[in-house]
Design a binder for this molecule. Structure first.
Ligand SMILES: [Zn+2]
Length: 250
């Protein structure tokens, strides 16, 4: 399997071989440079694609032919958008997962209570959602995740079992932190790009194109568009004969 450990072992073995070759021929140096570039590219690939399982095993979809699909919402709770999303889910009797940012919770305690009351599952999406998250030390990262865990537990009465890394970026530090804290990592298979695409139709078309049994849809309950996109997605699912299942139950 192509993961960080195997790739690094392979890299070191080949590096040693090429180093020996370089004693006798300049080709050895060329091979070492090429190997270094390939290794770096693989590390970046593993970081950016959470579902590559390169650094940490992430649950991104269920291998099934059954017409089931899951909704996940990141970056909330938001004082106006999240209740609208919850209203829509309640109306259609759908349970979802919310990967919340710890620092958003303090002013939105009631929304958190509502999520749990209505059968949704709250996941940990870090406390700060810092853009520097992936550059942090092991201690700093663990403290941030723990801080989010504590505030979620206080607001909902439940300790989150699932973690979704900010921006979906993983690295060896994320792997150590989540392993130490016994957190399962969840990715997605249908990225809506609802935070960057401004047109509701375009967002929905992206979701439709990537639609598969057992898929996990990533939306953000932080922008106005999500409510319309959600409605279109629910209507589409019904037409296709799909049932929404909570991602942790897929
Ligand atoms: Zn996020």
């Amino acid at each position: 399997m192509l993961n960080f450990r195997n790739t690094t072992i392979g890299f070191l073995i080949l590096l040693a071989v090429f180093a020996v070759i370089s004693i006798y021929s300049v080709t050895g140096y060329i091979l070492m440079v090429a190997l270094g570039i390939i290794y770096l590219l693989l590390l970046v690939f593993g970081s950016v694609f959470v579902c590559s399982d390169f650094y940490v095993e992430a649950f991104c979809s269920a291998g099934t032919d059954e017409k089931i699909i899951a909704l996940t919402f990141d970056d909330g709770p938001h004082p106006e958008i999240t209740p609208r999303v919850l209203d829509m889910l309640l109306k259609h009797e759908i349970q979802a997962m919310f990967f919340v940012i710890g620092s958003n919770i303090t002013d939105n305690q009631l929304i958190m209570e509502r999520m749990v009351r209505e059968g949704h599952v709250v996941g940990n999406h870090s406390f700060s959602h810092s853009t520097l998250f992936d550059l942090w030390s092991n201690r700093q990262m663990s403290e941030d995740i723990k801080k989010a865990e504590n505030i979620i537990a206080l607001a909902t009465g439940k300790r989150p079992q699932w973690f979704r890394p900010p921006f979906g970026v993983t690295n060896p530090t994320v792997a150590v932190a989540t392993h130490k804290m016994g957190l399962k990592v969840m990715g997605w298979s249908i990225r809506s790009l609802d935070t960057s695409i401004k047109n509701v139709e375009k967002i929905f078309n992206r979701i439709k194109k990537r639609w598969r049994p057992g898929g996990i849809i990533l939306l953000h309950d932080t922008n106005e568009r999500v409510v319309d996109v959600l409605e279109m997605t629910i209507v589409y699912a019904k037409k296709q004969g799909y049932k929404f299942v909570r991602a942790d139950l897929l």
